[in-house]
Design a protein around this ligand. Structure first.
Ligand SMILES: Cc1cc2nc3c(=O)[nH]c(=O)nc-3n(C[C@H](O)[C@H](O)[C@H](O)COP(=O)(O)O)c2cc1C
Length: 207
């Protein structure tokens, strides 16, 4: 059980309920023996780089949670070093909820889903929004993607954790479905060609 994540997420109120339901001591032992998980490993970096979207959670000045989906081509959420992530934030509906929240509280929570393989990753960090740094925005942009990058967001990673696959429904993206269907389509084309050839030979024999 990662230590850094537990330091953040196991608040006194959470621990009270762990006590009540009997999991407190087990978690205490896991945390004592577990790795810090405050740095992005190679495997976690690969997982992040393969995602084409993630849920970004911020907190309003009144303490309300807010979650918004950020989508883009795989790799748009970049791993800049073992404790820094970054992405070019695209122009959207001009409400500026996430970025507005970040001006008052820079804490973020990122939730990354891999539905096809039933995997999920949670990341806690501090975000910095750069509205006037064209060089940084340019560095974070994914070449060829149509989204209009308006600002750069960097995230200093504090902790990450994974959960088991339980209750994650299996879903495939359009791209993943296309990859699965491709050999079937090729086989159908092959069989159609064979059928057409067989029909042609049968017609010739009739003459
Ligand atoms: C014209 C338009 C373009 C959008 N483009 C994107 C996009 O490229 N990527 C994305 O994740 N959301 C896009 N959105 C959806 C949201 O507006 C966007 O996620 C926005 O940044 C919401 O942020 P906020 O809820 O933090 O204010 C778009 C919305 C509109 C109206």
């Amino acid at each position: 059980m990662p230590r850094k994540f537990a330091e953040i997420a196991f608040t006194p109120a959470v621990k009270v309920l762990q006590d009540r339901y009997g999991s407190r001591q087990t978690y205490e032992n896991f945390v004592a023996k577990g790795p810090a998980n405050d740095k992005i490993t190679t495997a976690i970096s690969q997982f992040i780089t393969e995602r084409n979207g993630f849920y970004l959670s911020t907190v309003t000045s009144e303490g309300w949670p807010y979650v918004q989906f950020r989508g883009g081509p795989p790799g748009f959420l970049r791993v800049l070093d073992e404790q820094t992530l970054g992405f070019a934030d695209f122009a959207g509906n001009s409400q500026y909820l996430s970025t507005g929240n970040l001006t008052e509280n820079n804490r973020v929570f990122l939730f990354l889903m891999d539905y096809a393989n039933r995997r999920r990753l949670k990341i806690w960090g501090h975000a910095t929004v750069s509205h006037d740094d064209p060089a940084l925005i340019e560095r974070l942009k994914v070449p060829g993607y149509s989204g209009q990058a308006e600002r750069a967001i960097l995230i200093q990673v504090v902790a990450w954790d994974r959960n088991c696959p339980q209750h994650i429904p299996v879903k495939y993206s359009e791209h993943e479905v296309a990859q699965m269907v491709e050999p079937l389509q090729a086989r159908i084309a092959e069989l159609e060609a064979q059928l057409a050839q067989a029909q042609k030979s049968t017609n010739l024999k009739r003459w």
